[in-house]
Design a binder for this molecule. Structure first.
Ligand SMILES: Cc1cc2nc3c(=O)[nH]c(=O)nc-3n(C[C@H](O)[C@H](O)[C@H](O)COP(=O)(O)OP(=O)(O)OC[C@H]3O[C@@H](n4cnc5c(N)ncnc54)[C@H](O)[C@@H]3O)c2cc1C
Length: 472
């Protein structure tokens, strides 16, 4: 572990206070007496703009000047009954989810960003805790409980966080904090409707996972996270309430008020927007389930960084597969694109771009049969069959990314509103579903274009629906 360093002096009361606090918490630290070490004195002065202020602490490469015990608790994850250390990375959506959940519930935690050079020591530790796998977030509670990629419910249970029932009735509750939901909230708030966004993971939706967006009007090129951060900020500026880590599992209408149930809370609203988007489709072949997260992936932005200078396979032939294959080719050694059909279904722009890249090889007209692992369950490759010749071969690589389409996130709404045979929500007029007061917008809606610009447009449409409904 990256040791904590405290610069202090024995005559200094705040140094004694900070030392006692760390000792009481059984936190290891190196103590350097500035009176006995000239170099240390100079360092303290450098950190504090020429002033000799003690105690000065270095925690995870960051300096803290005379922090009180509250600040130390916040930085070191100390709470009344437990100390929490989270190992994660800023690019990891599940880490953002757990961070947001702990922050929303005012729980202190120490966050260790494993990608920072000074925290390189954390990677072997994570592997040791996860049977050799680099899984994040890995959360340590009191050094004995290890939670790996926990759902918020698990955190809630382990940390004994109370469940809440909100009495407030919102004008509209938006389920899903992607482009469609955020836009609906911006418009609704500007119409002076009190809006709550419930998001099961973190704000931003699928667009947040996209490295580069080049077709959202107003930006020649913008990263998905940057665009979605702007939308989130705008929703907040206009006063939307956002709750993350709240997965909606039930909707009930009682006396014109919708009771929206999540695993831990119930929220009340006069109207509802369903903007839950869609999820990656799986191949459903042997080996896939076992290797998910350790060789098989569905999100290039989330997991691509693990494959720097390695060989990967991309499965799919549509826009997402080609876009992500091209993105990954920028930093992996090689990409093998496996497509079931003889032709790509992606747009010409991507097909043309592909031709310019020399570390991508395409395998057309191939059925994916099985993910193959080595003896120690390490990803080895993908067995494919040539649909024309019937010949089978194993394409070797270090990992695979699957981009073969999307399934609408409507499981919780079955039996409540009308869905089409593929599970997408049927709407009419101003994004109106089959239940008065419930609207649908974005990728979850039947006929959606599945683009960010289209999703924002649908959010606007839903907000007009809300306005008409609430002003009746
Ligand atoms: C790999 C990839 C690349 C893409 N590239 C581009 C691009 O370059 N340009 C472009 O225009 N479009 C792109 N898209 C498409 C674009 O991301 C989507 O069209 C857009 O994100 C749809 O927005 P949405 O709000 O409808 O849904 P989403 O963005 O999917 O947001 C839905 C949100 O709802 C949440 N949710 C789901 N179920 C629940 C529940 N029960 N309770 C609470 N919350 C829930 C989800 O966690 C999610 O945050 C790409 C998509 C992918 C997958």
């Amino acid at each position: 572990m990256n040791k904590i360093i405290m610069y202090g002096a024995d005559w200094c009361p705040d140094c004694r206070r900070a030392k006692a606090f760390l000792k009481d918490q059984k936190i290891d630290f190196d103590y350097i007496d500035v009176d006995l070490d000239e170099e240390a004195t100079k360092k303290v002065e450098r950190i504090n703009n020429g002033k000799r202020i003690i105690p000065t602490l270095i925690i995870n490469g960051q300096s803290y000047t005379n922090p009180d015990n509250g600040k130390l608790s916040a930085v070191l994850g100390i709470n009344e009954d437990y100390r929490i250390v989270m190992y994660g990375a800023d690019w990891c959506p599940d880490c953002r989810k757990s961070k947001a959940f702990l922050t929303d519930n005012q729980i202190n935690f120490q966050y260790i960003e494993i990608d920072k050079d000074e925290n390189a020591w954390a990677i072997p530790l994570i592997k040791e805790l996860n049977n050799g796998k680099r899984k994040i977030p890995t959360i340590l509670i009191n050094d004995d409980i290890v939670l790996v990629e926990p759902e918020n419910e698990e955190l809630r249970e382990v940390l004994n966080i109370d469940k809440v029932k909100e009495a407030k009735i919102y004008d509209t509750i938006i389920i899903g904090g992607g482009a469609a939901g955020l836009t609906a909230s911006i418009y609704a708030q500007r119409d002076r409707f009190d809006t709550l966004i419930l998001e099961k993971k973190t704000i931003g939706g699928n667009a947040f996972l996209t490295e580069k967006i080049e077709n959202y009007p107003g930006f020649t090129s913008i990263s998905g996270p940057a665009l979605m951060d702007k939308m989130e900020e705008q929703a907040k500026v206009y006063g939307a309430t956002i709750k993350t880590g709240e997965e909606v599992i039930s909707i009930e209408k009682k006396n014109d008020v919708f009771h929206i149930g999540t695993k831990s809370n119930t929220f009340l609203g006069k109207s509802v927007v369903l903007s839950t988007g869609s999820t990656y489709r799986k191949l459903k072949i042997p080996g896939e389930q076992e290797l998910i997260g350790s060789g098989v992936h569905f999100c290039a932005t989330c997991d691509g960084a693990f494959y720097r200078d390695k060989d990967i396979i991309v499965v799919g032939g549509g826009n997402s597969a080609l876009e992500e294959g091209i993105f990954l080719s920028g930093f992996v050694r090689s990409v093998k694109i496996v497509n079931l059909l003889p032709e790509f279904s992606a747009s010409e722009t991507y097909i043309e771009k592909l031709k310019e890249i020399n570390n991508i090889t395409t395998y057309m007209n191939r059925t994916s049969l099985e993910f193959v692992a080595s003896g120690d369950n390490k990803f080895k490759g993908l067995k494919v069959k040539n649909n024309e010749s019937g010949e089978e071969e194993i394409l070797e690589a270090d990992g695979a990314f699957i981009f073969i389409g999307l399934i609408p996130n409507t499981k919780s709404f079955e039996g409540i509103i009308e869905l089409n045979d593929r599970g997408f929500i049927k709407t009419s007029g101003l994004a109106q579903t089959s239940v008065a007061g419930i609207f649908a917008a974005g990728d979850v809606r039947e006929g959606a274009i599945a683009q960010v610009a289209a999703a924002t447009g649908e959010g606007v449409l839903a907000s007009y629906g809300i306005r008409a409904y609430l002003k009746k």
